[in-house]
Design a protein around this ligand. Sequence first.
Ligand code: CTP
Length: 409
Amino acid sequence: MPLDSSPIPDELKGLRIALLVAGGIAAYKIVDLASALTQAGADVRVAMTASATRFVGAASFQGVTGNPVLTGLWAADGPAEPHVFLGDWAQVTLLAPATANIISRVARGQSDDIVTATLLASRGPVVVAPAMNDAMWSKAPVQENLSTLRGRGVTVVEPESGHLASGHVGAGRLPGAAALMDALASAVRSRYDLAGRCVVVTAGGTREPIDPVRFVGNYSSGKMGFAVAAAAADRGARVTLVTTAMHPAHPGIDVRPVETADEMLEELKREIAGADVLVMAAAVADFRPARVADNKIRREETPRLSLDLEQVPDLVAALGKEKDAQKVFRVGFAAEGSDLAAKALEKMKKKGLQAIVANDISRKDIAFGSDHNAGVMLFADGTREDLPRMTKREMADRILDLVRPRLNS
Ligand code: CTP
């Protein structure tokens, strides 16, 4: 907990936060903030100017965050372009303490050190917390530079008045951890509508073994589930993707590889506690071999092979009965060839879902493996939303747009 032991806003939990530290005496307070954010579950990375390292050692930040600290543009053992790496990685960036010097350099768009370069390379919202002597704070160039930053969409946290390191009393103190976290939380809230939410997604077709080398499976590519996971992560959610498929790496997605329906159910039972949304995009095999051969079935010895298949349990229906799932908004997918809406509605009710997305698998322009999808989304509250043909990523965002206002606050 921070020194003033204020609760940490939910939005910051699980978020990737860059703390950029400039050379001011208040730099030591950022160690405490970094520690509190890390303990609350945020992933925190720190970059420091050379002057900042005179006030606080990089080892302190590395120790409390568990992540390497960037102290220059030419890190010997880090990424080739550390500022681009950190700018891409961070969902929100805090510059604190922001000295008069660094504020001026940021306002001019300089990028000749790791802190200013990371700010230029950042993609998420930026919060700047100035701290300096009261006379410096009152000067026109400082205030003009801050106006410039505000005009560019940067959030500026007003310094507090009080005792300053110089012995003067006046405005210029770095606000406490609570105020800095509140500023970060509101910057995050306005940009990421799923910040603080936990979304579990399934993707791909399950594979049920026949013997050690063969399985019963289906054509599902896992692209729709991945699109939902990526969209939720980009909107600030903590995402777990339980999947049988291979996917591109994506920041903010925790991938849990599985093969069979049983493995998927086990993983889901673990992940469902604390989740806000479950999106069941996986094509779960409906049937599996009743017996699995211990050894490879040999062609020579097997002129003819019949498989005895048994039904796979309905995962999402089974999960719905778990106590932990009651608060989770559960979305299913239904692949249908005809009577799309009517069949999907029936499935939604039978499986105890809050919503279902029905795809028309008879359409050639949205076949398995396609980057496009189309269908209709039905809600247990009776709402029906048509989803015309669009990319799977667009559909994923549309689905989240529709789910977001239905989540408990
Ligand atoms: N599903 C599941 N467990 C299963 C089968 C399906 O959890 N054993 C989920 C899917 O992930 C999807 C939804 O249920 O979200 C509907 O899947 P679908 O294959 O359309 O329906 P089925 O229940 O398999 O019904 P049918 O085969 O009769 O169409």
